[in-house]
Design a protein around this ligand. Structure first.
Ligand code: TYM
Length: 330
């Protein structure tokens, strides 16, 4: 039987944090053997916020080094830059013309980001989900692994694919969001009611994958919890503890019940140290490999160039079919 196709990506916006790692990167690695995986570096999407050009280039290298350091294998997965495969921008435009303003204005991420960047609410920020739909549909993806916050975009992608197929006949595979129950929304350590994010302004809220062991220990020890002293999973009433439990659970492959039993009657001190130790141990090989890779940019270039070649072959087939169906000559 043919392997199912996976497509996903991360924006090239700087250093990755633990939310990226737990929410998707660790999953990407786990999926490599079972699926035909396409993992993209979304650098065109990164343009929706004003960026320093030099930094944007550097972020691509950082993200690619993170992919490989986390365990993605370029011989198993197709790893490439969104900007290297021009079909992304082209299909993105086509899909813009099949997406309604009403649909885009309902996107929570658009609402959040336009509130955050009130001085630069550009059209790209608004049409961003159509470009993302193009990313997914070009590869006829079956499954799209993401964190919880991208679910709405994948659902819109399904609607667009169905709309297009209805008008022009079977063209796109209808993709499914692939979102795990645990870890799909890692919360900030200082504000466990908001998702962990690079743009958090609270100190110690976000653990970066390149943080030192000391920084990780300090941040976890300072994590906001509650006053009842019981390690128990209860997202609504104990968001801080529940978040730490999810992080610990994903890293150690323990269930929430097992974690509750492990720390029964121990208070939060021991638990926090165990969580920090688990993160530190998990990220140590990552950090070493990451530093090695960042010192070898030509190896990283080799990886993305090889990936782009394979990705282009698939993407060009889909776009050719789309253009033929809608009457675009090229
Ligand atoms: P981005 O770059 O914001 O985030 C990349 C992925 O990481 C997940 N994520 C989290 N998961 C759990 N907890 C968190 N705190 C957390 N923060 C981020 C996100 O849900 C996402 O899956 N538009 C996408 C990038 C993209 C894409 C695509 C994804 C472009 N084209 C095609 C899938 C398919 C984005 O901005 O993700």
């Amino acid at each position: 039987m043919e392997k199912k196709v996976i497509l996903s990506g991360i924006q090239a916006t700087g250093d990755l944090h633990l939310g990226h790692y737990i929410g998707v990167l660790k999953r990407f690695v786990e999926m490599q053997d079972e699926f035909d995986c396409y993992y993209m570096i979304a650098n065109l999407h990164a343009l929706t916020v004003r960026r320093d050009p030099k930094e944007l280039k550097e972020n691509v290298y950082k993200l690619l080094a993170s992919y490989i350091a986390a365990g993605l294998d370029p011989d198993k997965s197709t790893i490439f830059l969104q900007s290297q495969v021009h079909e992304h921008a082209e299909l993105g435009w086509v899909l813009d013309c099949y997406t309604y303003m009403g649909e885009l204005s309902r996107m929570t991420q658009y609402k959040d980001k336009s509130a955050k960047h009130a001085d630069n609410i550009n059209a790209g920020l608004f049409t961003y989900p159509s470009l993302m739909a193009g990313d997914i549909l070009l590869y006829q993806a079956d499954l799209v692994p993401t964190g919880e916050d991208q679910k709405q975009h994948v659902e819109l992608t399904r609607d667009l694919a169905e709309r297009f197929n209805k008008l022009y006949g079977e063209t796109f595979k209808i993709p499914k969001p692939f979102i795990e129950k645990v870890g799909a929304r890692v919360m900030g350590l200082q504000d466990p009611t908001s998702k962990m994010s690079k743009s958090s302004t609270l100190p110690n809220d976000t653990i970066l994958l390149i943080d030192t062991p000391e920084e990780i220990m300090k941040k976890v020890k300072k994590a906001v919890t509650d006053s009842d002293g019981i390690v128990k999973y209860d997202e609504e009433n104990k968001p801080g503890i529940s978040n730490l439990m999810e992080i610990y659970g994903i890293i150690t492959s323990k269930t929430m019940d097992e974690i509750e039993n492990e720390f029964e009657g121990q208070g939060y001190g021991n638990f926090k140290v165990a969580v920090a130790d688990a993160i530190i141990k998990e990220l140590e090989p990552f950090r070493n490999k990451y530093n090695e890779l960042m010192a070898n940019p030509s190896y990283l270039e080799e990886i993305y160039n090889k990936g782009a070649k394979k990705a282009s072959e698939v993407a060009s087939k889909t776009l050719k079919d789309v253009y033929e169906k809608i009457g675009i000559i090229r």
